[in-house]
Design a binder for this molecule. Structure first.
Ligand code: SF4
Ligand code: SF4
Length: 184
């Protein structure tokens, strides 16, 4: 499929709209959030080695860290698997609790999952994670609808296993003109 294909173009518009929603609605709420995700009491943070090394300020080699971890002498909040590392049940060391902000915001060491949470585009749909108290599903749907135009509508589908994950899939409104400004 060409990079100029309608589906990819729409996906890009949704990705841009999701990022704008995060910037305008979610991030301003973080400083007053009652259950900050960065405490990792609910969420699991997925990290590559270089991110783990930077955030946890490790000065040993990866193999030395892995040996330490597997012998039970590593950080209790870290698990290894599939070539990655997973942090859970302890506050992220990059989280500044005094002001509710991330110390590596905008930096290369910030894990991709942090930027995606709680709203991101995936495969032409938008995923919303309702574990973030700043996300209002109706407000988000209206935000996305305004970004893609009246010829589209959104369907909300909670995940069967994890209902706090809701997929907003975009559908062309029945009878809408095929030749619209976005899909040409
Ligand atoms: S859960 Fe949402 S509002 Fe709270 S800190 Fe995380 S992104 Fe911000
Ligand atoms: S890297 Fe930043 S955004 Fe990600 S969990 Fe840590 S403090 Fe939060």
């Amino acid at each position: 499929m060409s990079s100029r294909s309608p589906r990819r173009f729409l996906a890009k518009e949704l990705s841009t709209a999701a990022a704008a929603y995060q910037a305008a609605v979610v991030i301003p709420h973080c400083a007053e959030c009652a259950r900050p995700c960065c405490r990792l009491d609910v969420l699991v943070l997925e990290l590559e080695w270089k991110q783990l090394k930077a955030l946890w300020q490790l000065d040993e080699s990866r193999s030395a860290f892995d040996r330490r971890l597997s012998s039970g002498r590593g950080p209790v909040e870290i698990r290894a698997g599939n070539g990655l590392y997973y942090a859970h049940r302890k506050v992220c060391p990059a989280y500044d609790e005094s002001c509710g902000s991330c110390r590596v915001y905008g930096q290369e060491h910030k894990p991709a999952g942090c930027s995606d949470f709680p709203v991101y585009e995936d495969g032409g749909s938008v995923i919303a994670d309702l574990r973030c108290e700043a996300v209002d599903l109706e407000g988000l749907t209206a935000w996305l609808a305004s970004a893609v135009g009246p010829e589209f509508r959104f369907e909300q589908s909670p995940d069967r296993e994890f209902p706090f994950l809701v997929t907003l899939s975009v559908q062309r409104v029945s009878g809408a003109a095929g030749g619209n400004r976005r899909l040409r």
